[in-house]
Design a protein around this ligand. Sequence first.
Ligand code: TXA
Ligand code: MG
Length: 321
Amino acid sequence: MQTEILSLADPEAERRAEALLRDGDLVALPTETVYGLAADSGSGAAVAKIFEAKGRPRFNPLICHVDGIAMAERIAVFDDLAHHLAKRFWPGPLTLVLPAAADTPVHPLAMAGLATVAVRMPQGVAARLAGRLGRPIVAPSANPSGRVTGTSAEAVARGLSGRIPLILDGGPSLVGVESTIVRPQDGRLVLLRAGGISRAELSAATGLAVDDPEDGAKIAAPGALASHYAPEGRLRLDASAIEPGEFVIAFGTDRPDGLENAAAIVNLSPRGDLREAAANLFAALSAFDSARVERIAVAPIPRSGLGEAINDRLKRAAAPR
Ligand code: TXA
Ligand code: MG
C-alpha cells in the first residue's frame, strides 16, 4: 500500500481524510498531544485495521475523539463532576473514562468489550473530522506496538509507511505526550494515566484529591486482566471436537467433529477472515454471556496477524476466575 502524506494546509486534505474514514480506512493525523491512528468508531472492520496496522498482540480499549460535549453524551454517561472537567479542559489533553451509554454508536471492539468508554475532545483536525463523520473517531497513538509514540508526520511515516493510506501532516505536536486519563467516580478522581494535564491542575479545577488506582495494574490496563471480559460459561479453546450440548464459537469453513450436537453456533468469520473475526469477537462472547450457557467450545483460530490478539482475548476469557 502506498502511503500519501498531505499537509493540513492543503485544502483537499481534510476531505480526503473524511472520505477514507467513511470507507472504513485508517488515517494518521495530528492531535495536540501526539499523532493518532484514526478510524470510524462505528465500524468493527475499521477498528480491527487499527490493531492490524499497529501489530498489537492484544485488543486494548481505544479513546473516542469527539467534537464536543453533545457528541460525548451520546456515547458516555456524564455526572456533574465529568461535566465540570469537560467544560474546564476541552478541547485539550484530558481523557475521561465514563460508563458507556446504552445505545452507543461505538463498536464493542473499540471498547474491548468493556462497560466503560474513554472519551476526549482534541483540538483541531481530529475533532473536525469527528464532526464531519457525525460520530467519534477512535485513535490510539500512531506508532507500531512497542515503538515510540509519533509526534511528527515523519516519525509516523517511519513506523507505519506502507500500512496506511494517508498521513495528515500538521507539524510537530504541541504537547508531545499523551492525554491524561482520569476516571471521575462517586465524587472522586482516579488517575489512570499521567499526561498533558497535571494532577495539580485537576485538583485546582475540582478541589478534589487525585487518587491512584487501588490496584494500579488492574484498572489502568483493562486489556491485561487475566480473566477480563469472561462470559458466564466455561470456555474450552482449540476444540477440534464438539461435545453434545456445547455452545460453539467457530471460524472459517472447518467443521469440528460433532458440530451437529452443538446447542448453538456463532461463526466469527465464515470466510475465514481474521479482520472480520476480530470485529465479531466481543459480540460473540456477549451473545453467550448468559447463565444458561455453561460450556462454550472455541474452534482453533489461526495465530497469524490479528489472530494473535483474538487468541489472547479468548485465553483471558477462558482463564479460571
Ligand atoms: O493523547 C492521547 O490520548 C492519544 C491521542 C492520539 O489522542 N491517544 C492515545 O491512545 O494515547 P492509546 O490507545 O495509545 O492509549 C489509550 C489508553 C490505553 O492505555 C487504554 O488502556 C486506555 O486508554 N483506556 C481506553 N479505554 C479505557 C477504559 N474504558 N478504561 C480504562 N482505560 C481505558
Ligand atoms: Mg499508545
